[in-house]
Design a protein around this ligand. Structure first.
Ligand SMILES: *[C@@H]1O[C@H](CO)[C@@H](O)[C@H](O)[C@H]1NC(C)=O
Ligand SMILES: *[C@@H]1O[C@H](CO)[C@@H](O)[C@H](O)[C@H]1NC(C)=O
Length: 609
C-alpha cells in the first residue's frame, strides 16, 4: 500500500475524490473521508552559483526534445540578499544537568535511527522503503531509493560520516533514466529526491550530489513540457522516457499542494547551478497564485483543487492549510527566506494567506481543562438561498496540519509579525494537547472537536454538549445520553473529541516539526519536555524487531499494544527522526538563521547577504 505524506496522498483516494467531485458538490464532502493516508556542517564550499564545470552532455532527461520551449525566461533575482531578522531565539548557557539530559535524549533518537538504517541496508538497500515487520523491500516512490536519498542529510547531521559516504556513493549510482512505475508523483519526487540531494549537497559540498540533483531536476523539468508550461502532477514518465517525449497537457483537477510546492527546490537548484530554467518554471505557477489570490471564494487562500489546464486556480470551494494544500502555504515564507528576502511577492502572498486562514480556518476547541489552544480546519464556501457566499467550518483536526504552528512561528520572526507568534503558540500547544489527550500519548491522523462560540473569552467544558455533538457526529438523531456513552466507550473517545475519523499514526513528523521550530524561535523549555513525552510514546509503541512501524489504531488503552502496520515511509528517517534529533541538539546545529527546511525536512542554505 502506498501512503502519502502531508500533501502526500493516495492515488486511489485522489481518484475516488475526483469521482466524488464529479458526482456531488464538493461542499458536501466530509473532509475525514479523503485525508490519506511533511553535527557538524563543515566543510562547506560556498553557496554562490556553482556553474557546471563537470556537466555531462549525456544526461538522459536533458536530451529529450522539448516540444513547448519557454519563450521568455524569468531571470533569477539579482541584487544583494538582504539581512533577514533573526529567526532563532537567543539561548542562554545550559546547566550541566540540562546538557546531560538533552544529550541522553538526543542519543536515544540517534540509536533508533541507526537501527532503522541498518535494517534498510540489510533488507531493502537501494529500494524505496523497508517494511518494518516483514522486512520486505517496497518501491512506492519510483524505486530510486527514496529512503536512501531522504536519509542522506540525516546521516550527515547525526555525524554518521562513514554511512554518509557509503550512501552518497550508492546514490551517485541511481539511474533516473530507468522508470519502473507506471505513474510518478512529481511533487513527491521533487520534495524527497530533489530536496534530499540539494540539502545533502548544501551540507557536504559533495559534487556528486549536485549532479544527482541536476539529473532528477531535468527529469522533473520534462513534466513541465506542456502548451501552457504547467506541470503534469501525476506523470507517466516511463512513456515520456521511452518515446523521447510525448504530447502532454496539464490536468484540470490538480491538488494545490502538488502544483504549488516547487518554489523552494526549484529556486535552490537554479541558484546552485546558475541555470534559471527551474526558477522560471516555478515562477509561472507563483504568478498565477499571486494573480488569483484575491478572487477565490475565500480571498487570500486558494481552493485545494485547481485547474492547471485552464490556469483557473480560483474555481473550487474547499479551503484548508491541511492535507493536499499545505506546502503551497509553507513555501511562501520559506521561499522568501531562502532567496535572502529578494522575492518580495512571496512575503505578500504569505501575509494575505495567513490573515485569511487565521480568521476563517482556525478554531478553539471546547476541552475539559479549558486550555486556550487552536486547531486549523477546513472551510467550505457555498451559496445560501439568497445566493450570498457563506463559509462553513468543518471542525476537523489532522496530524498533518500541525506543520502550521511552525510556519506561523517562522512567519512571526522573519516578517516581524508578533501576532503570528501567538497563533503559532496556540497551534503548537493544540498539537501537544492532542498527543497528551490520547491514552497512548500519540495523536491520530484525523479527528473532530467542538468549536467554542468564540476564540476570545471563556469556553467552559459542557459534558452535555459534548455528548450531544458525539451523537450528531455519528448520525444519531436522539438526545439519549446512554447511547452517547455507548458510542464514547466503543470508540474510546477522550473528552473533547466527537469522532476519530482515522485512528492511525503513520510515523508522521509534523507535530515534532512544529515543536522544534517553536523551541528554536522562542527557547521555551517546556517544549523540550513535550518533545520527550512524544518521543517516549512513539518509540515505545512503534518499535519492531527490525525498525519502526506505523500504527493502525492509537485509541487503544495504555498498556494494550496498538496494532501495527507493515509500513515505514521514508519521511520517518528523513523528517521525524531528524526533528527529534535536532530539538535535543545544540541550538546552533542547523540554525534556522542559516537554513530553511523544505517540506520533507531537507535544510537548504539561506542566501547570505
Ligand atoms: C554502482 O553500480 C555498479 C553497476 O551496477 C556496481 O557494480 C557498483 O557496485 C555500484 N556502486 C555502488 C557504490 O553501489
Ligand atoms: C450545555 O449544553 C447543553 C446542550 O447544548 C445546553 O442545553 C446547556 O444549557 C449547556 N450548559 C451550560 C451551563 O451552558
Amino acid at each position: 500500500m502506498m501512503f502519502s505524506h502531508r500533501r502526500k496522498t493516495l492515488v486511489c483516494l485522489l481518484i475516488g475524490f475526483l469521482v466524488m467531485l464529479s458526482l456531488i458538490n464538493l461542499s458536501d464532502l466530509d473532509a475525514g473521508g479523503f485525508i490519506p493516508g511533511r553535527a557538524g556542517t563543515r566543510p562547506y564550499r560556498g553557496a554562490g552559483p556553482d556553474v557546471d564545470t563537470d556537466d555531462d552532455p549525456n544526461f538522459f532527461w536533458r536530451n529529450i526534445p522539448i516540444r513547448y520551449p519557454v519563450q521568455s525566461m524569468s531571470p533569477l533575482p539579482t541584487g544583494r540578499a538582504r539581512p533577514l531578522p533573526k529567526i532563532q531565539a537567543v539561548f542562554g548557557k545550559e546547566s550541566a544537568e540540562e546538557k546531560e539530559s538533552r544529550r541522553q535524549r538526543r542519543d536515544a533518537v540517534k540509536k533508533t535511527f541507526v537501527r532503522c538504517w541498518e535494517s534498510y541496508k540489510a533488507h531493502a538497500w537501494m529500494s524505496d522503503e523497508v517494511a518494518p515487520i516483514s522486512g520486505r523491500a517496497r518501491n512506492p516512490f519510483g524505486g530510486w531509493g527514496a529512503t536512501l536519498v531522504d536519509s542522506l542529510d540525516t546521516l550527515w547531521i547525526m555525524g554518521l560520516r562513514q554511512d554518509f559516504d557509503l550512501a552518497v556513493a550508492a546514490a551517485a549510482n541511481i539511474s533516473f533514466e530507468t522508470v519502473t512505475s507506471d505513474e510518478i508523483n512529481v511533487f513527491e519526487t521533487n520534495i524527497r529526491y530533489l530536496g534530499g540531494f540539494l540539502a545533502a549537497y548544501d551540507l557536504s559540498g559533495d559534487k556528486r550530489l549536485l549532479r544527482k540533483a541536476k539529473e532528477v531536476g531535468d527529469m522533473l523539468y520534462a513534466a513541465f513540457d506542456t502548451p501552457n508550461r504547467m506541470p503534469i502532477t501525476r506523470w507517466r514518465a516511463r512513456e515520456v522516457a521511452q518515446a523521447k517525449g510525448v504530447e502532454q497537457v496539464a490536468g484540470d483537477n490538480v491538488l494545490l499542494a502538488e502544483i504549488g510546492s516547487f518554489a523552494m527546490e526549484f529556486t535552490r537548484i537554479s541558484i546552485l547551478t546558475g541555470d534559471p530554467k527551474w526558477f522560471d518554471a516555478a515562477q509561472r505557477i507563483t504568478e498565477i497564485l499571486e494573480r488569483q489570490q484575491d478572487s477565490t471564494a475565500l480571498p487570500g487562500i486558494w481552493p485545494l483543487v485547481v485547474n492547471a489546464k485552464s490556469q483557473a486556480f480560483n474555481g473550487h470551494n474547499a479551503f484548508t492549510l491541511g492535507a493536499m494544500a499545505d506546502s503551497t502555504y509553507e513555501y511562501l515564507p520559506k521561499t522568501y527566506a531562502l532567496s535572502g528576502g529578494r522575492l518580495a511577492s512571496y512575503r505578500k502572498m504569505y501575509e494575505k494567506a495567513a490573515a485569511t486562514a487565521t480568521n476563517h480556518n482556525f478554531f478553539r476547541p471546547m476541552i475539559p481543562d479549558e486550555q486556550d489552544i487552536l486547531i486549523s480546519a477546513m472551510v467550505k464556501v457555498r451559496a445560501d438561498e439568497g445566493g450570498a457566499a457563506r463559509s462553513q467550518l468543518d471542525p476537523e483536526g489532522q496530524h498533518l496540519v500541525c506543520f502550521a504552528g511552525g510556519m506561523f512561528a517562522i512567519g512571526a520572526k522573519l516578517l516581524e509579525l508578533p501576532g503570528h507568534l501567538e497563533a503559532a503558540q496556540k497551534l503548537v500547544d493544540g498539537c501537544i494537547w492532542t498527543y497528551q489527550a490520547l491514552p497512548l500519548g500519540i495523536m491520530p491522523e484525523t479527528f473532530h472537536m467542538i468549536p467554542c462560540p468564540s476564540r476570545t473569552g471563556s469556553c467552559p467544558w459542557n459534558e452535555t454538549l459534548w455528548k450531544k455533538e458525539v451523537l450528531l457526529k455519528h448520525g444519531i438523531d436522539t438526545e439519549d445520553v446512554g447511547q452517547a456513552n455507548t458510542i464514547i466507550a466503543k470508540n474510546r473517545l477522550p473528552k473533547g473529541f466527537t469522532k476519530i475519523g482515522d485512528t492511525r499514526y503513520i510515523l508522521r513528523p509534523e507535530a515534532i516539526e512544529s515543536v522544534f521550530v517553536l523551541y528554536r524561535t522562542t527557547g521555551q523549555k517546556y517544549l523540550l519536555d513535550a518533545a520527550w513525552a512524544m518521543w517516549k510514546a512513539i518509540e515505545k509503541n512503534t518499535r519492531t524487531e527490525l525498525a519502526s512501524a506505523a500504527l493502525a489504531d492509537i485509541t487503544v488503552t495504555d498498556g494494550e499494544l496498538p496494532p501495527k502496520l507493515d509500513s515505514m515511509e521514508s519521511f520517518w528517517m528523513g523528517e521525524t527522526l531528524k526533528y527529534f534529533y535536532l530539538v535535543f541538539s545544540e541550538p546552533d546545529e542547523i540554525s534556522l538563521d542559516e537554513f530553511v527546511f523544505n517540506t520533507e525536512a531537507h535544510p537548504f542554505r539561506i542566501q547570505a547577504p
